[in-house]
Design a protein around this ligand. Structure first.
Ligand code: NAD
Length: 470
């Protein structure tokens, strides 16, 4: 493992093989019964203890997250780790809230009731951008529901997932309920996604890989849940608070060096505000401090790898050929690490690569719109549908944007905040199913209808539909 800020090694770890995946799935299968039949209160107590231990381990988790991803220490300290702790704490509570229709006589001859049961063994595969949060978003609702888990973190960022599993054991989670297999997508990811003896496959990552995972799971008819890529629109209407929109665009585009599936990537700005918006964003971006992620004064850390920086830089370099104007950035600073300056590209064409494809870097592209219909048309002109924002002081415009933009989350006058009680998940090429919130717990539960005869007679009234007693 390499520190993307320095190029220096961070840690060494063993690469699992497909045989290790078999062993981890067998361990999860063996542990399932005991955990699935623990009472909600027993499960909740273990998860609450895990939240406490994770909170106490904040300094270690921050250090691991910063060294393996290069994210700024301020982001890891104020967002990644406390957000993860809060999410664990939320699922400790959610474990005790299982909802369903009231038991009752929906037929005069029967009492019906609903049971909610753990789906079973869950295989999960996570990306490198928020390693701890993505592990928590997948593993915690599964554990709260009574499932056992085998998780494969991204091969370049396994540290905090391993620490989370260690803390879970310390919190009293029974052995075998939470298993980690480290290794590549090609070897371990494919073996896990296509494993016959899991019951569900959950995935967070890119859209092409998510589709491969879904195909592998489909071979066994397994339930899937996919959180995939995004290309979030950021719509600025002509009555917006321009200063708020400028600051929001920079924060929304640069969070985690733009390696965020909900990052603001396509600013769609009213013609009257366009020039001032572009100038304002460029000015704020030019003052961003790029550098050592361990320094609390640093705003922007490196991209995850040199290869990923080359991909981002290539897309930016091709933009002028498609009509884009690089207003600021487009530069990789000299020296070690995979750093890249915040980049603003104006006047891009609707068919250009930077407007249509996920860049996953600190790059904001901007276009103008003519009227509200055109703004919403441009916002929806994408296969993705994960997140979006609308900036306006007009309540009717805000309502219309939230109704008509096709995305799993629409922010009004903000972009990025998330909260444990509310769901996160996309539409279209951004996947399906939810992370976080009670909706996510639902993903990991099967609903069973139990229908009990209350007449006690052999000769049920409905039998005459099938045969007549002679
Ligand atoms: P990725 O798709 O390359 O890899 C994700 C995971 O899949 C990794 O663990 C990888 O090892 C594994 N993998 C790779 N090939 C596989 C295969 N054939 N079978 C099974 N597993 C395989 O994604 P990434 O580069 O790690 O992460 C960035 C992507 O994740 C972006 O597209 C981003 O938008 C997306 N993302 C989405 C969300 C969301 O909530 N929607 C959140 C974070 C990241």
């Amino acid at each position: 493992m390499i520190n993307p800020a320095t190029g220096a090694p961070v840690a060494e770890y063993a690469l699992a093989q497909p045989a290790d995946v078999d062993a981890a799935v067998a361990s999860a299968r063996a542990a399932l019964g005991g955990w699935a039949t623990a009472t909600p209160a027993e499960r909740s107590a273990v998860l609450a203890k895990l939240a406490k231990l994770a909170d106490e381990a904040t300094a270690d988790l921050v250090a691991e997250e910063v060294s393996q991803t290069g994210k700024p220490v301020r982001l890891a300290t104020e967002f990644d780790v406390p957000g993860s702790v809060d999410n664990i704490d939320f699922f400790a509570g959610a474990a005790r809230h299982l909802e369903g229709k009231a038991s009752g006589e929906y037929s005069a001859d029967h009492t019906s009731s609903i049971r909610r049961e753990a789906v079973g063994v869950v295989a999960t595969i996570t990306p490198w951008n928020y390693p701890l949060q993505m592990a928590v978003w997948k593993v915690l609702p599964a554990l709260a529901a009574g499932c056992s888990v085998v998780i494969k973190p991204a091969e370049i960022t396994p540290l905090t997932t391993l620490t989370l599993a260690r803390l879970a054991a310390e919190a009293g989670l029974p052995a075998g309920v939470f298993n980690v297999v480290t290794g590549s997508g090609a070897d371990v990811g494919t073996a896990l996604a296509g494993h016959a003896d899991v019951d569900m496959v959950t995935f967070t990552g890119s859209t092409p890989v998510g589709r491969k995972v879904m195909l592998a799971a489909a071979a066994h008819g397994h339930r899937t849940q996919l959180e995939l890529g995004g290309k979030a629109p950021f719509v600025v209407f002509d009555d917006a608070d321009l200063d708020a929109a400028i600051q929001g665009a920079v924060a929304g585009a640069l969070i985690n060096t733009g390696q965020d599936c909900t990052a603001a990537t396509r600013a769609i700005v009213a013609r009257d505000l366009y020039d001032d918006f572009v100038a304002g964003v460029a000015e704020v971006m030019s003052n961003i401090v790029v550098g050592d992620p361990g320094d609390p004064d640093t705003d922007l850390g490196p991209l995850i790898t040199l290869a990923h920086r080359a991909k981002v830089a290539g897309m930016v370099e091709r933009a002028p050929g498609e009509g884009g104007r690089i207003v600021t950035g487009g530069v990789a600073p000299d020296g070690p690490g995979s750093f890249y300056r915040p980049t603003l590209i104006a006047d891009v064409s609707e068919q250009s690569e930077v407007w249509r494809d996920e860049i996953f870097g600190p790059v904001l592209a901007v276009r103008s719109f003519t009227d509200d219909d055109d703004a919403l048309r441009q916002a929806n002109d994408t296969a993705y549908g994960l997140a979006a924002s609308a900036w306006t002081r007009d309540v009717y415009r805000a309502q219309r944007a939230s109704r008509e933009i096709h995305a799993g989350c629409v922010w009004i006058n903000d972009h990025i905040p998330i909260i444990s009680e509310m769901p996160h998940g996309g539409f279209g090429a951004s996947g399906f199913g939810k992370d976080m919130s009670q909706y996510s717990l639902e993903e990991y539960l099967s609903i069973k209808h139990v229908m009990s005869d209350i007449t006690g007679v052999a000769d049920k009234t409905w039998h005459r539909t099938i045969f007549t007693k002679r």
